[in-house]
Design a protein around this ligand. Structure first.
Ligand code: NDP
Length: 257
């Protein structure tokens, strides 16, 4: 084992929604730290795979629509079948639906809760069942990293199901940390602030909103997916073996204000 506690060589990291945005930033950062990657998602993460392989790491693409929990155990079996193990799970895939709470539809409620919260729980369960045995064989702790949000801490507006899902991610992170710490698994979350991705392109393109956002962020810039990648490497590494149930804000100081 390397003396560098941040070295992830030989580990297998599963990243959901790794084809773009924050998921891609996380996959590339984990690969830079030495991990092989399984990129799980609806769209094929071919660009991410190319970049991961250019770093000399393996990258397997696993196709799955995570709006329901049906593919979850096949996803874990496929990854272990292809890459031989599973050390790190990053639950990143997520969606948002916007409407006033008075008009919010059941369809938009279910779609967001199912993808952002229900699948996150059952994928974590399937991965943890594998990690429990693997951790005792390998001597390495399993690592689960959930992507939360500022709305894990705040209410937001016009995003009721998203806020409920991300608050739920915060609560579940703590519960799973309590239950799985003794089983050799660390469960933590990252709460990104405003990160420049396709998801936030409309906000970045709206001159007034963009100015308001930048004025409110002490760092006075949008975050980059690589900023979240750095936090993910820390939480996935041996350096964070004693970090449990933590929600790490990576927000340019947004919450400090
Ligand atoms: P993007 O919209 O750029 O990426 C979302 C990812 O989730 C895509 O890879 C997408 O795949 C995947 N995904 C969505 N639905 C499904 C599904 N049913 N099955 C499989 N994959 C799915 O968003 P971001 O990169 O901005 O966001 C990533 C995460 O970070 C989300 O959980 C989001 O809530 C969170 N976040 C983002 C912030 C930001 O400022 N950008 C701030 C706080 C949190 P596909 O392309 O196939 O749809």
């Amino acid at each position: 084992m390397s003396n560098n506690v941040f070295d992830l060589s030989g580990r297998v990291a599963v990243v959901t929604g790794a084809n773009t945005g924050i998921g891609q930033g996380i996959a590339l950062a984990l690969a830079e730290a030495g991990a092989d990657i399984a990129a799980v998602g609806r769209s094929e993460a071919t660009e991410t795979a190319g970049k991961v392989r250019a770093l000399g790491r393996r990258c397997e693409l696993v196709s799955a629509d995570l709006s329901s929990i049906e593919p979850v155990s096949e996803v874990v079996d496929a990854i272990v079948g292809k890459l031989g193990r599973l050390d790190i799970l990053v639950n990143n895939a997520g969606i948002i639906r916007r409407a006033d709470a008075l008009d919010f539809s059941e369809e938009d409620w279910d779609a967001v809760i199912d993808t952002n919260l229900k699948t996150l729980f059952f994928l974590s369960q399937a991965a943890a069942r594998h990690m429990v045995g693997w951790s005792s064989q390998s001597g390495l702790r399993g690592k689960i990293i959930n992507i939360a949000s500022m709305l894990t801490f705040q209410g937001g507006i016009r995003v009721p199901s998203y806020t409920a899902s991300k608050s739920g991610v915060g609560g579940l992170t703590k519960l799973l940390a309590n239950e799985w710490a003794p089983r050799g698994i660390n469960v933590n979350a990252i709460a990104p602030g405003y990160i420049a991705t396709n998801n936030t392109a409309a906000l970045q393109g709206d001159e007034t909103r963009n100015r308001q956002i930048l004025e409110r962020i002490p760092e006075a810039r949008w975050g980059d997916p690589a900023d979240i990648g750095g936090a993910a490497v820390f939480l996935a590494s041996r350096a964070a073996d004693y970090v449990q149930g933590h929600i790490l804000a990576v927000d340019g100081g947004w919450l400090a204000r």
